[in-house]
Design a protein around this ligand. Structure first.
Ligand SMILES: *Cc1c(COP(=O)(O)O)cnc(C)c1O
Length: 404
């Protein structure tokens, strides 16, 4: 008889968003007259920008005639898109990344989930705590995480790098040497950033130890301050130790459209094997490319109109972020994030646990957020609010919280 992959049974269950949904549904059915405001989930709400809609329509029409029809996309993605990415996201910022180092995909979640496949089974993984759960869970599925230790809410073979208020929610170099290091900046869930100096420390460390950094830059478009790195390739030596992941979800509203990309520099090799070649093999075997129509929509993200419209869209969300940040600060909360990221990370008041504060906010203000403890043990006593709602709802939510 076939046996299941028992590694899946080690997963503690994705309680976070299902528990939230259950609690919210129960509250709403007991209180049908209350208007809930949801500042919990990390999904965008603004419609696609006009330049993107135009590109989509045009590409759809091309599919209707034999002369302009497109079937399977090239393995790495269409050149028109890879050229636009290389120029706008890298070369214009002084990073030497060429189009043939870019792998177009249908999103960063799949890429950050799948990338671990090209590394050895016994690779030791380091993650931030709190963390975007995909990095941990995919390594659990692959049998790389050891056993779940209930009391600590941790896996025995994962190295956790605590991100605390003492370090402005940036990680310190781990004491035990990892093989793979997952970093995400600007960060989900804390909204924190790493300085270029700090990131350089990680790059130097990885080059020295032979580790590889998987750098998730999904929130790069939200960086508003100078001197915050937009790409890990701004650091010296990153081409020999770092893989970078990008998404079109948060900068361009593609959460339901699906597009992303991964960068693997040609020089990046371990044990004499180029990682670019391994990922190309994996991509070619297990993936048949993002749709032509969607890649044309992605190209429009880099057109002058697209850039201008998306700058406004990001500014819309960041106005919400500042409403939340400043409103909570005025109300006496300890808050961080919200300046270079669409997430606000707040300390729960009066020693409340993350879930106690969740219930309190739901019942007293009818506002839904995300308990920090759902992202890792270091998130206990914290809470995440997102700037992805409408401006009107965000303002009202903060007014309600201020009145508590
Ligand atoms: C939203 C998000 C992504 C993007 O995922 P897509 O699959 O591209 O929608 C990646 N990483 C983090 C940390 C995110 O929050």
């Amino acid at each position: 008889m076939v046996k299941v992959n028992e590694n899946y049974l080690k997963l503690p269950g994705s309680y976070l968003f299902s528990t939230i949904a259950k609690k919210v549904a129960a509250y709403q059915s007991a209180n049908p007259d209350k208007k809930l405001i949801r500042l919990g989930i990390g999904d965008v709400t603004q419609p696609l920008a006009p330049a993107i809609i135009d590109a989509l329509h045009k590409a759809v029409d091309e599919m209707a005639s034999a002369e302009t029809f497109h079937g399977y996309a090239p393995d790495l993605g269409y050149e028109f898109l890879r050229n636009a990415i290389a120029k706008n996201d890298y070369q214009d910022r002084g990073c030497q990344i060429s189009p043939d180092e870019i792998f177009v995909s249908d999103g960063a979640k799949c890429d950050c989930a799948n990338i671990q496949e090209i590394f050895s089974q016994d690779s030791k993984v380091a993650v931030c705590d709190p963390v975007y759960p995909v990095y941990v869970d995919t390594n659990v599925m692959a049998g790389r995480a050891g056993d779940y230790i209930e009391a600590e809410e941790k896996f025995s073979d994962i190295i956790y790098m605590p991100c605390t208020k003492e370090t402005d929610f940036a990680p310190e170099l781990p004491k035990e040497t990892p093989d793979l290091i997952y970093l995400c900046f600007p960060n989900n869930p804390t909204g924190s950033i790493v300085s270029k100096e700090k990131l350089q420390e990680f790059v130097d460390y990885a080059n020295k130890t032979g580790a590889v950094i998987i750098y998730d830059a999904a929130y790069e478009a939200y960086i508003s301050e100078p001197d915050v790195p937009h790409s890990i390739y701004e650091c010296e030596g990153a081409r020999t130790c770092a893989i970078e992941l990008h998404s079109f979800s948060k900068n361009a509203g593609f959460t339901g459209v699906r597009l992303g990309y991964t960068v693997i520099p040609k020089e990046l090799e371990r044990g004499g094997v180029a990682l670019h070649g391994l990922w190309a093999r994996r991509h070619g075997t297990k993936y048949n490319g993002a749709p032509y129509i969607i890649q044309r929509a992605g190209e429009a993200v880099y057109s002058p109109e697209g850039k201008a419209q998306l700058k406004e869209q990001v500014a819309y969300y960041m106005k919400n972020a500042s409403v939340i940040y400043n409103g909570l600060k005025d109300a006496g909360y300890t808050v961080s994030g919200g300046v270079n990221a669409p997430y606000i990370w707040l300390k729960t008041p009066d020693q409340m646990t993350s879930w106690e504060f969740f219930d309190y906010l739901l019942e007293k203000a009818n506002v839904v957020g995300t308990p920090g403890s759902g992202f890792g043990p270091m998130g206990e006593g914290y809470f995440r609010l997102t700037a992805f709602g409408s401006y009107e709802n965000t303002v009202e939510a903060i007014e309600r919280i201020k009145k508590l």
